[in-house]
Design a protein around this ligand. Structure first.
Ligand SMILES: O=C(O)CCC(=O)C(=O)O
Length: 274
């Protein structure tokens, strides 16, 4: 074990998710859990996640040279495969148990993780539904989005449409300028109720795979560092791709699996089981 890994907080202790919070998550499709990590835990992991993101990021263009999607954040997926220190954060039992409790399931596996750092002056995150990309035969999917620094509105916390996740796919479209327009119209025509949360470092939102969400740009002078972990219930299966994006996710996150197979490859470790 490396010298750093030995000293990192284990993040294994329980966080109590109340029945009221579970009910609110299932009603709204999103929730904020305050203090899921404490300040010393965030302080230990933030520099490691930031360093790993900087090392592995592919996007090196100036903001002005990028399109809408690449202006929204610097992104690296599955840091847990690349960095043993960040792996401890991604595999944390505490976070996985909270995800399982909110979904009301007895076990969860990792789908993948993403570090998402919105730079100062970074653009808005267009409206989208995550599960458009995911070849998973279940709606028991959830993303934890943890703020690694305080995230007031001007730094770009997410905005969620409440209570529409149960409708499943609302538009057969991935994230970008077109999805921004399409979902803005859906929000207006259907009078969606929108919710946003100002987060402190260590607070985390959880949202369902079908919850439409977006984020404003970062108009502050500080980066908005966030780490996400996407979980799926243990026992879900790989689904038939429903668009051109899903075969890419299937090959990347479910190597050698086909529709109908259990979503339980070596890239999908069981991180919590009751
Ligand atoms: O960090 C953001 O701005 C967007 C994140 C997001 O869409 C997600 O985690 O599903």
């Amino acid at each position: 074990m490396s010298a750093i890994l030995e000293t990192l907080p284990e993040l294994n202790s329980d966080y109590t998710v109340t029945p009221q919070q579970t009910a609110a998550y299932n009603r709204d499709g999103h929730i904020l859990l305050r203090g899921l990590a404490n300040h010393s835990e965030v302080d230990a992991y933030l520099p490691l996640i930031a360093e790993s993101l900087e090392k592995h990021r592919k996007e090196r263009r100036a903001l002005a040279e990028r399109g809408t999607y690449h202006k929204a954040f610097i992104q690296v997926g599955n840091l847990w495969e690349l960095d043993e220190n960040v792996k401890r954060f991604v595999m944390a039992r505490r976070f996985a148990k909270a995800a399982a409790d909110l979904m009301g399931v007895d076990g969860v596996r990792i789908y993948h993780d993403q570090a998402l750092f919105k730079e100062p002056g970074g653009g808005h995150t267009p409206w989208h539904q995550d599960q458009f990309y995911w070849p998973i035969d279940s709606d028991k999917t959830i993303t934890m989005w943890m703020a690694l620094d305080d995230t007031p509105v001007e730094r770009g916390p997410m905005v969620f449409a409440s209570g529409v996740h149960g409708k499943g796919p609302l538009a057969n479209i991935g994230i970008g300028d077109v999805s921004a327009d399409v979902y803005t119209k859906l929000a207006k025509d259907n009078n969606w109720s929108l919710a946003t949360y100002e987060l402190n470092a260590g607070d985390a939102t959880f949202h369902n795979g079908w919850t439409p969400h977006k984020a404003p740009g970062n108009s502050s002078s500080k980066v908005r560092p966030a780490m996400t972990v996407i979980y799926m219930a243990d026992g879900v299966r790989v689904s038939e791709p429903m668009n051109d994006a899903q075969p890419i996710d299937m090959a990347r996150w479910f190597p050698s699996r086909k529709p109908g197979d259990l979503a339980d490859t070596e890239l999908n470790p069981l991180v919590y089981k009751k």
